[in-house]
Design a protein around this ligand. Structure first.
Ligand code: NI
Length: 136
């Protein structure tokens, strides 16, 4: 089994606020991330695929095709967006990076046609935060 990890970047803003919590609970739980008008991040995302290398081509996946797919399914939707306003899934779901990685994984699986399987998604929100969603 071989795994390939490819890196991508996008910028987006969000506000962490749960409708299921009170104003005070939101402020206590999310701190600065609960400020009313949101804040931005330079997200760096890694997408891993795994499987067996094709004996004819010597490759696991066509990187150019993977890039085009990730761009269409994720980057074009999220880049320079306000996640709370622009991404329907985050109208009622708090756009934490835990939920962001789940939503990105869901979008990647939607029309996945590669022989290699989606192995995982990692999103770095800040230099100190790395969120990892493992599929296998
Ligand atoms: Ni944030």
């Amino acid at each position: 089994m071989t795994r390939i990890t490819r890196g991508y970047r996008f910028v987006a803003s969000h506000r962490l606020h749960s409708a299921q919590l009170t104003e005070a609970e939101n402020a206590e739980l999310y701190g600065k991330c609960n400020y009313p008008f949101g804040h931005g991040h330079n997200y760096s995302m890694e997408v891993s695929v795994s499987g067996e290398v094709d004996g004819r081509t010597g490759r696991l996946v066509d990187i150019g095709a993977l890039d085009a797919y990730v761009d269409r399914q994720v980057i074009q939707t999220f880049d320079h967006r306000d996640m709370n306003q622009d991404i329907p899934q985050f109208r009622d779901v708090v756009p934490t990076t835990e939920n962001l990685s789940r939503e990105i994984s869901r979008r990647l699986k939607e029309e996945w046609k590669f022989t290699a399987v989606l192995d995982g998604v990692r999103i770095r929100e800040t230099e100190r935060n790395l969120f990892e969603l493992r599929e296998t």
